[in-house]
Every structure is written in structure tokens, then in C-alpha cells.
Design a protein around this ligand. Sequence first.
Ligand SMILES: Cc1cc2nc3c(=O)[nH]c(=O)nc-3n(C[C@H](O)[C@H](O)[C@H](O)COP(=O)(O)OP(=O)(O)OC[C@H]3O[C@@H](n4cnc5c(N)ncnc54)[C@H](O)[C@@H]3O)c2cc1C
Length: 311
Amino acid sequence: MEGAKREIYEVIIVGGGPGGLTASLYTSRARLSTLLIESALFGGQMTTTELIENYPGFPQGVSGDELSRLMEEQAKKFGMETVAQEVVKVSLEADLKVVQTPESTYRCEALIIGTGTEYRKLGVPGEKEFAGKGVSYCATCDGAFFRDSQIVVVGGGDSALTEALFLTKFAKELTIIHRRDALRGTKIYQERALGNPKIKFLWNSTVQEIKGDSMVRSVIVKNVKTGQVKEFETDGAFLFVGLVPRTQFLKGIVDMDEGGYLLTNEDCETSVKGIFAVGDCRKKLLRQIATAIGDGATAAFAAEKYLELKE
Ligand SMILES: Cc1cc2nc3c(=O)[nH]c(=O)nc-3n(C[C@H](O)[C@H](O)[C@H](O)COP(=O)(O)OP(=O)(O)OC[C@H]3O[C@@H](n4cnc5c(N)ncnc54)[C@H](O)[C@@H]3O)c2cc1C
């Protein structure tokens, strides 16, 4: 990534997932000075998705890495500037928005937030201690370390199912531990998981503790119906029990719901004029690449109109 070149940008975008990259493509192409601040990899959650089958234009599917690369290249083509930093605070200075990272302070007229979500922690003993030592939140990142192993996946939604299906490439045996007696995910993923001979299920069960020595060796599982507790041997625990929006740094600045999702109008504008939100961090019905992209285009256009009316 490069560095910031101006004192005040017309638009700053926080987060370089599909929402932020699309917003950036549109604002740069509209010749607005644009800075995109991304703390990790361009592409956001797409970078941890092996195969994307439901993004239009790719009938054979497309890998998350490839789609990320293409979106980054397209946004950069129109001159967006980028910095590799994490935004920790946003404040207001009259009409200007002040964006702080541990390294720098940036100012802009319009701000677009596209910080997405992160995995919810299970919050059980051993989770922190064994993170990176058998506890993982990313199958694409860590799956290959579990070749011929016996592993558990905790959760029953889309993330848990897609990640479990991916992990069957490596694991000898995989058990999905789910607190209900039925899966929650999309039908096609449910069918694939239920029909996969490598995948077994522990229904009505929650993980109480993760145990091991230098690596994970077992999980303590409680049956929520019977109350029975048992130790279940495993080489790894992949945890997919939901997502939480990465919006902490905006608390007290813009309105959000009780879960921290940013509240916006249909133009993706938040409760503060000139601050917009796109993609998964915003309260909405469907969190997918296609909807993040729609938000990115809408917010960029709305930001452009906001800047025009301000002048
Ligand atoms: C396992 C899995 C599989 C999926 N499969 C599909 C699929 O097949 N099809 C589909 O359409 N969708 C899929 N999704 C959902 C899709 O990936 C998301 O809806 C989409 O990536 C959301 O885009 P976004 O731009 O809102 O946020 P994200 O992709 O989450 O990107 C947010 C970016 O913001 C950055 N960031 C966060 N906070 C800060 C900060 N404070 N400062 C600077 N940068 C910050 C992050 O590093 C990240 O790069 C999947 C998701 C997961 C987890």
C-alpha cells in the first residue's frame, strides 16, 4: 500500500472489502480525491472464501482471492490512494470528519464505513489459550494444518457449513457440534453437509471448554437437552458461531442498533450527514458480496451528491 498525500480528502473509505472497494472505484472514477484505509488484506472476507458460486458473472464460480485481486486492481486503476492502518477513532470538526489511526490523523468531507464483521468468540475456557494452537476461525487459512486429523466445527449456519465442507478436503473425520437439532444454513449447504460421508453431527450440544497441552486435544461438550457432559477428543476446533460488526470505534458518533450494526437510510447515509455505511457492518437483510457492492455504489453516489450540495 502507498501513503496519504493530502491534508483533506473529499472521501475517506474505511475497509477494503467488496463494499469499500466498490465505493472507492466509484468515487475515484468520479474524480473525487479518495483515500482507502485498510488494516489487513484488500478483499476483506472474500480473501478467506475458497469458492464463490453466487457472484454474478462467474458461471464456474470464482476463488475469493481472485475476485479480491480483480476488485483491487479495478479500484486502483482510477487513482484511489491507500494506507495500511487500522482506524481506531472518528470525530467531527464542524463539517469535516476526522479519522484516527495509531499512526496518523486524516480529514475528509465524506466518510464511508465498510468495516464488515468479525467472528464472534465462543467465550469458553481454553479458547484464547489455544488460539492458533488448534483453535481457528478460518478454514481457508488453517485447514491445511489439519490433514488426516479429526476435527470439530462449532456452529450450524452458512459459515459453519461452508467452512466444514471445505475442511473435509483435509480432515479424516469432522464433527459439527450444533446447539440445536437442525441446521440453520442455506438449503444447498445443508444438503451438501448432511450428504458428506466425512461429516458427523453432535446435535443439541454446546462446547463448554477447550482442553489440550501444547495443542488442542479435546473439547468438553454438554448436551443441552439431557444435561450430560462428555469429553470429545479432537485435534482442532473451528469456531463459527456468528459474526459481530466492527463498529466499536463509531460508538457515540453515529446511531447503531443494539448489536452494533450501523443504521442507515436507503442512500446508505447514517445519522450523521456525510457519513455513510456499506456492506456487512450496516443493519440490513442480506450480508453478501452482491449486496455489499450495491451498497458501495449507492454510498459513493450519495457521497458525491452530498459534496455537490455542500459547495
Ligand atoms: C466463510 C464465509 C464464506 C462466505 N461466502 C460467501 C459467498 O459464497 N458469497 C457471498 O456473496 N458472500 C459470502 N460471504 C459473505 C461475504 O464475504 C461478505 O458479505 C462480504 O465480504 C462483506 O463485504 P464488506 O465489504 O461489507 O466487508 P468485509 O469483506 O468484511 O471487509 C471489511 C474490511 O474492513 C477492514 N477493516 C475492519 N475494521 C477496520 C478498521 N477499523 N480500520 C481499517 N480497516 C478495517 C477489514 O480488514 C476488512 O478487510 C462469506 C462470508 C464468510 C465469512
